[in-house]
Design a protein around this ligand. Structure first.
Ligand code: F6R
Length: 241
């Protein structure tokens, strides 16, 4: 694992965007694995800036996102498809038909997961997977458990996640109870993995991910076994290393 130390969130966002930019420049038809959440927003802003400056061309890029809430469609402002459109895709020249997010409106979980596995395989795998890190070590919606789930699967959201998300919905009853997520094997098969981590509240878990045992109790710890992982973290997130 290579660790790039960033001064602060701005610096982290610029460094992460530069790594993604270099992939797009060197391989214009690359497959980018993308994430939602608060951490990558600055990275996406920098990518948009580079596109607007004329330094990046996304016209041949394909993207596959990590996850989506089951039951939410693209027009729901809490769906991850909506997030991606608003924070990145609407502002660059990527072909939306080649941006993939699990189909939250597919009620048949087996069908939704198989379709997503087929999409990823059809793309020829992921060249660079961007990840955020959950406070409990989750990546995508791969939560701590007894085993590493391999491919796309449907997860039951924990009570704490439902509770944390309810502020974004009209009522707790509207909060999705399940999500579709890319599995650990698929993430591990990405040719390069880029993890962005910001803030002192992530310091304990980042130390465990990097220096602790590899265990499904800390899903991101599996990244120790990947041969091309870059972690870009700010000083606050690195404070317990
Ligand atoms: C997002 C995702 C999540 C987040 C993680 C960190 O698609 O799958 O695993 O990356 O929860 O979120 P933030 O960046 O908001 O701390």
């Amino acid at each position: 694992m290579k660790i790039y130390r960033a001064k602060d969130y701005e610096d982290l966002s610029r460094k992460a965007a530069n790594i993604i930019s270099s992939k797009v420049i060197l391989k214009p038809d690359c497959v980018l694995g993308l994430a939602t959440g608060s951490t990558p927003i600055g990275t996406y802003k920098n990518l948009i800036q580079s596109y607007e400056n004329g330094d990046l061309d996304f016209s041949d890029v394909t993207s596959v996102n990590l996850d989506e809430y089951k039951g939410l469609g693209p027009d729901h402002d809490q769906s991850y498809r909506y997030f991606m459109n608003h924070n990145l895709f609407d502002h660059i020249n990527i072909d939306k038909a080649r941006t993939f997010v699990p189909d939250g409106l597919e009620a048949d979980s087996d069908k939704a997961c198989q379709a997503y596995n087929d999409i990823i395989a059809g793309c020829g795998g992921i060249d660079l997977q961007l990840l955020g890190l959950g406070h409990n070590g989750h990546i995508g919606f791969n939560e701590p458990s007894d085993e590493f789930e391999k491919e796309t699967h449907c997860v039951d959201l924990t009570e704490s996640t439902i509770d944390a998300n309810k502020r974004f919905f009209a009522s707790e009853a509207d909060v999705p109870r399940q999500a579709y997520t890319m599995g650990i094997k698929t993430i591990m098969q990405a040719r390069k993995v880029l993890v962005v981590v910001s803030g002192s509240d992530k310091a304990d878990i980042l130390a465990k991910v990097v220096n602790g045992p590899v265990t499904p109790a800390v899903p991101a710890s599996i990244l120790q076994m990947h041969n091309d992982v870059i972690i870009v973290a700010d000083e606050a997130a690195l404070s317990k290393m």
